[in-house]
Write a protein that binds this ligand. Structure first.
Ligand code: AGP
Length: 615
């Protein structure tokens, strides 16, 4: 989704804006632009369609310089990707420039009203109403600029994060937020705004997370904030603990490969944080919330989108099996419109890597209106989800820059395992000995993942046989059914190879029609001994009988699978419940090499956005 950067201070804004925009590229974008208040008094705007490099080239040919500026990477919603639709947008006189992330839903009404008053619009965007509206409100000189911004935003409906600059106010940068993320970076004698922390991580260590309905006025010396009605707000400055290197590639060819390799460390960190020496799980404030809710809990509803939804499907199985609570998983985009009926004492668990996904947040707000308590599982400290939850469980994966989620997903799986153990213990459904047994098994998972990572060249060789296929089918059962869905999603996201994830038992109800000698069928076959193992082998036989090309993720030394599959990715065994944590890594690598061999832009797949902040 769109990315925003802004700067006010003593330095030239342009390189700082470009650096921040580069760090926001991962969010997904189709065009980019900057507005800079130059020393000659002009507010100059440059925009280019396509990669940021195009804008950088334009700025080399015709350089800009100034100590106040805003930059934007656009992911088109209203109006095709084009120079005229790129941000920043300006008012009629070119005195006010704005960058925006979100959607102004009543823009058509605002626009026709402004056009009737003589304003001339150049783009098809919803954003352009903002500078024109501010221009209109400032026309008779009766209000200050900040009052005009607040007044304009009281009229705008929808979601926004905004950066606004004025030609004749060379040392003030305005920022506002409602529903789309925006932070202020507090420096010494200089201030920044950005859509997220990694964008300015190497520039500031202190940040202010803007809340919905707040407008900030940034001057080099400091930040003043107010609500939309003008009531002053005391800025709450937080120190960022992330290290700048966390958002670097660290010698890996892509962020995604780096993030796949970080998984053992991520899981170890989470286990160190949440599992005591006695093997007991402690989830901090979430433990307290669960302790208060556990006994009378009627139902758990897990809400999420995309990959996080698959983590939720896995979580549901564990919560029902161990804590014995009826549990359902729903997509954020469906739950919010399905008029849900929830019994009293329903606990909502919302899962989101970014914590800014519009549909997940809207569902959380709906659930809160229905008086549900909300646990947020999220990878971004200070995110909207964590701030709006009753209890937050921070997955400690560190910044995930690759658009396709990998380490954040594994961290979500682990978060659910820990949550289910804690809840089961609180409800007396699990004893301490079983808890110790499970946490001991979890402690062995990072080494298991290492073993899979050591085989990445073997996985690459397998991909070499299949990357040119048009379709692929992914099959799994029970705990590995969500992993089949996730493996298929990963493959289509980054390699653009069409892939379907299916519950293996469902195969004969339709997709079996697809099977022939050209279709790769990726099967999740660990562990070797569990209730569904024989069923899985039968499903593989059905594929074999129709000449499908079986790629099995199977336990090291599993002779049955060696005989059945064309290709085997051997993985170490663990208990069935935790096998997804290991198996998913094999599928991430398989998708990765398919994408690499197909020449795809792995970290920035076409059309995708890292954080989907609109519906
Ligand atoms: C993950 O690979 C995807 N890019 C996407 O499905 C993602 O999981 C989804 O948009 C939800 O994002 P969130 O976790 O930030 O809420």
């Amino acid at each position: 989704m769109c990315g925003i950067v802004g700067y006010v201070g003593p330095r030239n804004a342009v390189p700082l804006l470009l650096e921040g925009m580069q760090r926001l590229e991962y969010r997904g974008y189709d065009s980019a632009g900057v507005a800079v208040r130059q020393a000659d008094g002009r507010l100059a705007v440059r925009k280019r369609v396509g990669r940021l490099a195009n804008l950088e080239e334009a700025l080399e040919t015709e350089p800009l310089a100034g100590q106040l500026g805003i930059g934007h990477t656009r992911w088109a919603t209203h109006g095709e990707p084009s120079e005229v639709n790129s941000h920043p947008h300006v008012d009629c006189a070119g005195n006010i420039a704005a960058v925006h992330n979100g959607i102004i839903e009543n823009y058509l009404a605002l626009r026709s009203d402004l056009e009737a008053k003589g304003h001339v619009f150049r783009s098809q965007t919803d954003t352009e109403v903002i500078p024109h509206l501010i221009e209109e409100l400032l026309k008779d000189g009766a209000v200050s600029r900040s009052a005009a911004i607040r007044q304009a935003l009281r009229q705008a409906q929808g979601a926004y994060a905004l950066g606004i600059v004025f030609r004749d106010e060379p040392a003030v940068l305005y920022a506002a937020r409602c529903g789309s993320p925006l932070i202020v970076g507090v420096g010494e004698g200089e201030q920044f705004i950005a859509s997220d922390v990694p964008a300015i991580l190497n520039r500031v260590k202190q940040v202010i997370y803007l809340n919905d309905g707040e407008v900030a006025e940034l001057r080099p010396a400091g930040v003043a904030m107010a609500k939309l009605d003008g009531t002053p707000v005391q800025p709450e400055i937080k120190t960022v603990t992330l290290r700048a290197e966390a958002a670097e590639r660290a010698g890996f060819e892509t962020f995604m490969l780096k993030e796949i390799h970080e998984q053992p460390r991520v899981l170890r960190t989470m286990l160190e944080t949440h599992v005591g020496k006695d093997g007991a799980v402690n989830l901090g404030e979430v433990s307290d919330l669960l302790a208060a809710e556990a006994a009378g809990l009627q139902r758990i509803v897990i809400l999420a989108c995309g990959t996080a939804y698959y983590a939720g499907m896995y979580g549901r199985l564990l919560l029902e099996a161990w804590a014995g609570i009826p549990c359902e998983t729903d997509l954020g985009s469906e739950f919010r419109y399905r008029h849900p009926r929830l019994p009293e004492r329903t606990l909502v668990v919302a899962v989101s890597q970014s914590g800014e996904t519009a549909d997940t947040l809207a569902s959380v707000r709906l659930a809160r209106r229905m008086e549900c308590k909300v646990v947020g599982i999220c990878n971004v400290a200070g995110s909207t989800l964590l701030r709006e939850s009753d209890g937050g469980l921070l997955t400690q994966a560190g910044p995930e820059i690759g658009v396709a989620s990998t380490k954040a997903f594994s961290a979500q799986l682990l978060a659910f395992a820990l949550l289910a153990i804690r809840l089961a213990r609180l409800r007396g459904a699990m004893d301490a000995a079983r808890e110790r047994e499970l946490t001991a098994a979890l402690a062995r998972i990072p080494d298991g993942i290492h073993r899979v990572l050591e085989r990445q060249d073997d996985v690459r060789r397998i991909s070499q046989k299949y990357y040119e296929c048009y379709n692929a089918l992914y099959l799994g059962r029970r705990f590995n059914y969500p992993i089949a869905l996730e493996g298929a999603l990963k493959n289509k996201e980054i390699s653009y190879q069409h892939a379907e994830g299916y519950a293996a038992g469902e195969m004969k109800h339709g997709p079996i029609a697809l099977i022939n000698e050209f279709l790769p069928v990726v099967c999740l076959c660990t562990p070797t001994a569990d209730e569904v193992r024989d069923k899985m082998v039968s499903n593989l036989k059905e594929v074999e009988a129709r000449k499908g090309r079986i790629i099995a993720v199977a336990a090291e030394g599993d002779a049955t699978l060696q005989g059945l599959a064309q290709d085997v990715i051997p993985v170490p065994e663990t208990i069935e419940e935790f096998s997804p944590l290991i198996n998913v890594v094999a599928l991430q690598l398989f998708a990765y090499y398919n994408a690499k061999l197909r020449g795809a832009d792995i970290d920035k797949p076409r059309n995708l956005a890292k954080s989907v902040t609109v519906e």
